[in-house]
Design a protein around this ligand. Structure first.
Ligand code: MFK
Length: 609
């Protein structure tokens, strides 16, 4: 005889319910685009809680399965996916989830429109966002580096709204040697002798237009390849010369375009070894592949594979950040609704002061991340439409890893807190809530871990001189903040930016290891300080217009935390870290550990010398 029964949380129109997203777009969309974009988002915001959510649930309930042999023993390597997964592919094409970014109907604002849709789609999509990320990155790569044939063929398909024509792309970079240390890639590319080869070389695709002529065959294993159901992929391999020699390291790697199937629909000299048994994103078929002579086409200059594929990866990293912030928002929407239904100790959770504090902190983190991510999206749109200044391009280059690394860590923390907000129900599979946490965890791993991205931020500063433009961007935003109620925060941010500005030469003075050891705290400090400036500038804008200024509350709370507590990782600090991390005995010659302050002073002295 059941007594008390708890109502589950419910979701309404995910665009209309998202006041923060509407504020961001209200500020960023040009007037001529706003009405059309908002109408599309309002319609789509309803759809993501209707058929899209149902197909996403179907894809989650029916995980992909690898069938390696037919009943008669022939190798087929077929990946069976859920009906829901196939429907999500169709819907992605119809809704233009990639296409909008390339149609550029609203010029530079096209990316704002597209990524706002992706943000609504992500939490309902059982990670269909992963194939879309690689598809979009591949499209951009072809736009930048592809020849006319690839543009007429593959690019037209990747950006099609016709589900029959639409292709998705894989990105096969990771090998057993590592997802981070791509320079150790072992896959070999052997040139096809066109005169003697009849099979695979210069073969036309099944529509006669998409397929480009293959000039190499690839041999090697790819260790993590997601969305193996894609029709094409970009990958890296080492070109072997006629004597069988290759150039080692990342400078020996070249970029290749591969079509996964031949004209008869069979895998194109590719074997699927197994599907990965992953913690989360389980609807997504991630496979280990063996390339056994897959026909491939060189794209870009030989030996420029890593910088060339970076064009793709910089797009997928933006997807990662958008999906992270979308996950934060979805968790909050569920927890907020639940707080208005769930009664404990005689009051709704929504009336319990400590629970309200917890949700409020999640909302602050979410809104700060949202402004950061859509700033990156705005800059990406400007860059791709050729209207970004040189400084804006430099800021985009640096903000991309910062946004990816910061939001990925935050979405994991946020998902964990959201599960806790449901008590035991958050830990029970069929509520669907544990999936929020399991699916979030990949976001800080794939497309570059937090540490790899912290080092990429240093690379962006070193190679593109992007630090000064970023500081100038912060200063420009703060210049607009004139409201008396925001001056304390303005000073806090100015001090934080100044501390970061003085940190860098000091760390450089301490040498490469010091710079690397401090890279993560520096990257987080930069991200938090930049987010503070974005929030404060928006708060100023809202206050100047009169009426409510919800972002002012967020900005004030954001600035109460230590924005940039950087680590001066000098030799003594690093020696202590080794003892802590590896439980090593102190080397007899180790210098005595100094406090951060002392280290900073010594580093500053050295920098002056
Ligand atoms: C959703 C479900 C997922 C399913 C599960 C997935 C689990 C995980 C699967 C994975 O493994 S995901 C991992 C994906 N891999 C990455 O994101 C790569 C991570 N590693 C890096 O990003 C490394 O930093 C890098 C490979 C780039 C290091 O390579 P190198 O060759 O040692 O770097 P180097 O020499 O600094 O840079 C080579 C060139 O590339 C330089 O240009 P130049 O030759 O002109 O000097 C760099 O400036 C350029 N470059 C590197 N990163 C760049 C870039 N250019 C622009 N943007 C970037 N981000």
């Amino acid at each position: 005889m059941p007594g008390f029964l708890q109502d589950p949380p419910q979701l309404g129109n995910q665009y209309l319910a998202d006041s923060a997203l509407r504020r961001v777009l209200g500020r960023k969309l040009p007037a001529e685009a706003a009405a059309a974009v908002e109408t599309d988002l309002e319609r789509f915001g309803q759809r993501v809680v209707e058929d899209i959510a149902q197909w996403g649930d179907d894809a989650s309930a029916h995980e992909p399965r690898l069938v390696q042999f037919d009943p008669w023993g022939r190798r087929i390597d077929r990946i069976d996916v859920a009906r829901g997964w196939t429907e999500l592919d169709r819907i992605s094409a119809e809704e233009g989830l990639v296409a909008i970014g390339y149609e550029r109907t609203h010029g530079p604002a096209a990316r704002l429109h597209q990524f706002a849709k992706l943000y609504l789609f992500g939490p309902a999509s059982a990670t269909y966002t992963c194939p879309l990320a690689m598809t979009d990155g591949a499209a951009r790569l072809i736009e930048v580096l592809g020849d006319d044939e690839l543009k007429r063929g593959a690019l037209a398909r990747l950006t099609s709204r016709d589900p029959e024509k639409f292709w998705t792309s894989g990105q096969w970079m990771t090998e057993r040697t590592g997802g981070s240390d791509v320079g150790r890639t072992e896959t070999i590319a052997r040139a096809i002798d066109k005169a003697s080869s009849g099979n695979g070389a210069a073969k036309r695709g099944n529509d006669g237009a998409a397929r480009g002529a293959a000039d190499y065959r690839l041999f090697g294993d790819k260790w993590f390849t997601s969305a193996t159901t894609a029709q094409m992929a970009f990958t890296l391999a080492r070109i072997e010369d006629a004597a069988g020699n290759t150039v080692p390291g990342s400078r020996g790697l070249s970029l290749f375009y591969v079509e996964t199937r031949d004209a008869a629909g069979r895998l194109n000299q590719i074997e699927v070894l197994r599907l990965k048994d992953k913690l989360g994103t389980r609807s997504l078929p991630t496979a280990e592949l063996r390339l056994i002579g897959a026909p491939a086409r060189l794209v870009g200059e030989p030996g420029r594979g890593v910088p060339n594929i970076a064009t793709l990866v910089n797009v997928t990293r933006v997807y990662n950040a958008v999906c992270s912030v979308a996950g934060m928002r979805r968790g909050l929407a569920l927890a907020r609704d639940y707080a208005r239904r769930r009664e404990v100790f005689g009051k709704l959770l929504a009336e319990q002061p400590l629970h309200v504090e917890t949700l409020a902190q999640l909302e602050v983190e979410f809104q700060a991340a949202l402004w950061l991510v859509f700033r990156v999206v705005e800059l990406l749109g400007r860059d791709e439409c050729g209207v970004a200044s040189e400084d804006e391009r430099a800021v985009l280059r640096l903000l991309t890893p910062l946004a990816k690394l910061y939001t990925a860590r935050q979405t994991v923390a946020s998902a964990s807190e959201v599960l806790e907000a449901f008590g035991g129900a958050g830990y029970v599979e069929d509520t669907g809530l544990p999936r929020l946490l399991r699916d979030a965890q990949v976001l800080s791993i794939w497309e570059g871990t937090t540490n790899v991205l912290s080092l990429d931020a240093l690379r962006a500063i070193d190679k593109e001189q992007s630090f000064e433009p970023l500081l100038a961007d912060i200063a420009r935003q703060l210049e607009r903040v004139a409201h008396p109620q925001l001056q304390n925060e303005r000073r806090t941010i100015e001090q934080s930016a100044a501390a970061l500005a003085s940190y860098l030469p000091q760390a450089v003075g301490d040498g490469l290891e010091a710079l690397q050891a401090g890279a993560r705290s520096f990257a987080f400090g930069l991200a938090r300080t930049y987010m503070a400036a974005l929030l404060l500038e928006q708060a100023q804008w809202e206050l100047a217009r009169g009426g409510e200024a919800p972002t002012a509350i967020v900005a004030r709370r954001w600035c109460r935390q230590a924005l940039a507590p950087v680590i001066m990782a000098d030799a003594a600090h690093r020696a202590d870290s080794r003892r802590l991390a590896l439980d090593e005995a102190a080397p007899s010659s180790a210098p005595p550990a100094a406090s951060n302050g002392n280290a900073a002073r010594r580093a500053a002295d050295r920098a002056k010398v």
